[in-house]
Design a protein. Structure first.
Length: 402
């Protein structure tokens, strides 16, 4: 199959049907670590598994050209003039037709069999008659007119989705739509070329043979036309070369800025690394200090406990022995000073418990003495400590050990 075929018939509605190879599909085995090792001039690796679901977007897709001359016969690029609101704008592009369907097929080329995406559609010959005529002439003379596919982000995405992100070479689009096909002088995909034009003109005098004078006249006319076109091409080439030089200067300036920015990024990264290292050192030192502080606090709290309980004898402390040992264990196991915040409160609780027990014992003793006094409330009351007292009993009836 040829990469571009034009219908043999001219329809009354002015539409000329055509079939064109849009781009080549690369074999899956060319992908290494989600990066294509085979790609077109733009660095894109098209894979069938991701392109097949997008074939429906080829329907109604525009066929565009960027005309170089007023006669609208010579073409150049895509006609891109800029980007507005995130969308490419092709103000210099002219729509000369549309696609009606797309499909995948194997074709035979000079390089062997290739798997390609093909589109069918029509050209508007009624409005661009000179262009279609020139297209036919160029192809019949062996001139290869190339085409370049245009893809765009699908609905709901901020941009074209690539398998491993955007790469200069070997990026794999997995979610996109076909937005247009442009006939250009330098295509992104060398497979997308016009190499065949098959058309039979319906002429009234189909079998008329031109005499030698008509042949000479046609040759001379063609030579003059080619000379004019050559001059026009040279002018355009000079203009394009000037634009290329301007763009090269802009690129060089941007490369310088990028280098400066990269140097700044390295400096910032070095500063961040130093801050990170200082931060880690600070926390390590802080951890050591907190550990030492905790040890000091443990000794302090143990001293506070011993000091608080020093006023009591062992019998008095017996009632709170369990609480005392528990508190000592908690103090010794503390790793942070925050773990010792409640120690003073616990010491006070233990002291309160001991004091309350002492008071209870005193009350019990008072009650016992009161009972003894009650039983011995006669005129002469013997002192309860008479066995250890060297004096005789006293006449003072108001004497009391308390």
């Amino acid at each position: 199959m040829a990469a571009f075929e034009l219908s043999e018939k001219k329809y009354k509605n002015g539409r000329r049907a055509f079939t064109a190879v849009l781009y080549e599909l690369q074999p899956p085995e060319c992908v290494v670590d989600d990066v294509g090792t085979k790609y077109n001039k733009n660095g894109i690796t098209f894979l069938e598994e991701y392109c097949a679901p997008q074939l429906d977007s080829i329907k109604d897709m525009s066929v565009t050209v960027e005309f170089l001359d007023d006669e609208r016969t010579q073409i150049s690029g895509h006609g891109l003039t800029g980007i507005e609101d995130g969308m490419p704008v092709f103000d210099n592009a002219t729509i000369v037709g549309h696609f009606t369907e797309g499909y995948i097929q194997d074709i035979e080329t000079d390089d062997g069999t290739k798997r390609v995406v093909i589109g069918k559609g029509y050209l508007d010959e009624m409005r661009y008659h000179a262009f279609v005529e020139q297209l036919e002439t160029d192809v019949n003379n062996g001139v290869s007119v190339e085409g370049s596919i245009e893809i765009y982000k699908s609905e709901g995405n901020d941009g074209i989705v690539y398998k491993n992100g955007y790469l200069d070479k070997g990026r794999i689009p997995i979610d996109f739509v076909h937005s247009g096909w442009s006939m250009v002088t330098s295509a992104a995909d060398s497979t997308s070329t016009l190499i065949e034009l098959n058309e039979k003109k319906q002429q009234k005098e189909e079998n008329e043979i031109m005499d030698i004078n008509e042949v000479k006249e046609a040759i001379q006319s063609t030579i003059l036309e080619l000379n004019d076109k050559t001059q026009s091409y040279e002018t355009k080439i000079a203009e394009l070369n000037t634009k290329i030089e301007e763009k090269d200067a802009e690129i060089a300036e941007k490369d310088t800025k990028i280098s400066e920015l990269n140097a700044s990024v390295k400096q910032i990264q070095a500063t961040l690394d130093k801050l990170k290292q200082d931060h880690e050192t600070y926390w390590a030192e802080r951890s050591v200090l907190e550990s030492e502080l905790a040890k000091a606090k443990v000794a302090e709290k143990l001293g506070e406990l011993d000091s608080a309980l020093g006023e009591f004898n062992s019998d008095e402390k017996e009632i709170a022995n369990e609480d005392i040992e528990k508190l000592k264990t908690e103090i010794n196991s503390a790793e942070k000073k925050e773990d010792l915040e409640n120690v003073t409160s616990e010491i006070n609780s233990i002291k309160s418990k001991i004091c309350m027990n002492i008071v209870a014992q005193q009350k019990k003793a008072e009650k016992k003495v009161s009972e003894i006094n009650s039983r011995n409330s006669e005129t002469d009351v013997e002192d309860i400590f008479s066995e250890v007292c060297t004096e005789n009993k006293t006449e003072d009836k108001d004497l009391n050990i308390f």
